[in-house]
Write a protein that binds this ligand. Sequence first.
Ligand code: FES
Ligand code: FES
Length: 266
Amino acid sequence: MTEEKKTKSKGISRRDFLKDAGLLVGGTAIGSTVLLAACGGDAETETVTSTKTVTSTAAGGTTTVTKTEQVGTATETVTQSVPSYVCPYDGQEFDSLSELKAHIEAEHTGESTSTLSTVKLTVNGKEYEVVTKPHWPLRDVLRNQLGITSVKDMCTGYGACGSCSVIMNDRPILSCMMLAIECDGADIITCEGISDSGDPLIEAYALNACMQCGFCTPGFVVTARALLNHNPNPTVDEINEALSGNLCRCDTYPAHVLAIQEVAGQ
Ligand code: FES
Ligand code: FES
């Protein structure tokens, strides 16, 4: 693991990540621009300096790095995407799957790496490459590796509460019932993505007091958005049917209908 990766891993919180993540999968240079061609340098006393700035980061995906180099009379800025692999047990980032496997074998004895594989996901418009085992649910990968904390677990993964709902390939699914390894190439929208898009559902949910403890709310919002995507003007019966898989222990059910009706047709 490079020194830069170690520093980055410790210095950026999950909250920072959720605000700032922006990345590309691939791990190859994606752009090169010569910004300055003449600065009057002396060829005999050529100076070489190099600075590297992390401009955006994301756990489990790639890090976009802007590197500015001054070599003699020219300054060159190179933007690269550098892949990173996140340890699902302690959050440390690595440059390759083999480095991650070596780390797990050394630091997390008892955790087998023989079945570890990678899966590409697009989550809220950003591309990631995450590691998974064949039995890990999508919910755990989203929460533990990508820090997507709106994906809840109210029924211990029995598919009974809807709190882990996400939109996958334009359809609402229970992420606790979907194996991450089955999701290679999937396009996933979570409540964070719905909120970041400025969706009027968020304000309608707030104004209609759709939450008490709020634990179930992201799952309801995701289901409501999926409903409205396919049926922009649902009836009360259609709303209740769509939300029938989402449970709320605080009994907020009537408020959800009001919020969805408020947004219907927009
Ligand atoms: S945690 Fe997925 S349905 Fe309850
Ligand atoms: S608001 Fe508390 S579980 Fe729904």
